[in-house]
Design a protein around this ligand. Structure first.
Ligand code: MG
Length: 305
């Protein structure tokens, strides 16, 4: 059967839904937000933003939106016509019904505080539990909600979390690039997770920060490696294990920051912007540069300024 699939831009989604409103089906298939049937074509919009046109009229129907993408967004859409419906549905939702392991990190863009990386094992039986906590796209969850749900995740989901503290970072990692450091840390937590829990999983997903080839290049001299990783951008919106890992990492980072603030007596703003610059100036004036070693990443531009 003729089947066309491509990703629809966000600014076209509402138009798309409105356009097909009169032909809307009563029920949506899993992981879709909208389905409509118009004579000889079935149109489905998935949560991932992909649209699928199926049936004899698929070409003509899809061309309306391919044209709109070109006119409004300057995008040239290449469609993948070979994919069967089943294949597409599987691709859209296998992370949401399969057992997966996944990892994510935080703190790499923050001049203050540690780098935290976490990995989790989410068996398919635990997916509903995480959904009920509101775990979906962890990037859309604010810090208050993270503080509320992370302890529940930690209690119930197998995980490994590693904190690279500032002292160790400043002594050992100032001269390697952040991407390589991330590769090493992701690999480290995934290895420990597998060793500790021996999870049974179908996919290992890493929230993509580097391409696959480079990832393994950076790990060339690391003896133990997890291979067969699926790298996905916005991994936290596609894979529960990545979403859960992302929340645990963020939660740990936030508590570490709180601890450092209490211990060293300064507010430690997140990120690496001008507010951070101001705070650094103040701390150096009052306590000297050495004081920063235990709670800041000294190779950040904020310090060399
Ligand atoms: Mg990430």
């Amino acid at each position: 059967m003729n089947c066309i699939v491509f990703k629809l831009s966000d600014n076209l989604k509402n138009k798309f839904i409105k356009f097909y409103e009169p032909f809307k089906c009563e029920k949506n298939p899993p992981y879709s937000v909208f389905q409509a049937k118009n004579y000889d074509v079935t149109i489905t919009l998935y949560e991932s933003g992909k649209v699928m046109f199926q049936g004899i009229g698929a070409d003509i129907e899809a061309s309306i939106w391919i044209d709109a993408e070109r006119r409004l967004n300057g995008k040239t859409i290449t469609t993948d016509q070979k994919k069967e419906k089943k294949e597409v549905e599987k691709e859209e939702n296998f992370f949401l019904y399969s057992s997966t392991i996944g990892s994510d990190e935080t703190g790499c863009g923050d001049a203050f505080g540690p780098v935290v990386v976490a990995a989790t094992y989410v068996s398919k039986e635990n997916i509903e539990f995480l959904k009920s906590l509101g775990v979906k796209d962890s990037k859309q969850i604010n810090d208050d909600k993270i503080k509320q749900i992370a302890p529940e995740i930690i209690k119930n989901i197998p995980y490994v979390c590693f904190i690279l503290n500032n002292k160790t970072y400043n002594e050992n990692y100032q001269n390697i690039n952040m991407v390589k450091l991330k590769c090493i840390l992701h690999n480290k937590v995934l290895c420990s997770l597998i060793e500790k829990y021996q999870p049974v999983y179908t996919h290992c997903v890493v929230d993509q920060f580097v391409n696959e080839k480079k990832y393994y290049e950076y790990l060339a001299d690391v003896p133990k490696k997890v291979t067969n990783i699926s790298f996905y951008t916005k991994g936290e919106s596609k894979c529960m294990a990545v979403a859960a890992a992302s929340i645990i990492a963020r939660y740990t980072f936030l508590s570490q920051m709180q601890k450092l603030e209490n211990e060293y007596g300064y507010l430690l703003p997140k990120g690496a912007g001008s507010v951070v610059d101001e705070q650094i100036k103040k701390i150096i004036q009052e306590k000297g540069k050495d004081y920063l070693t235990n709670f800041a990443k000294l190779n950040f531009k904020n310090f060399t300024k």
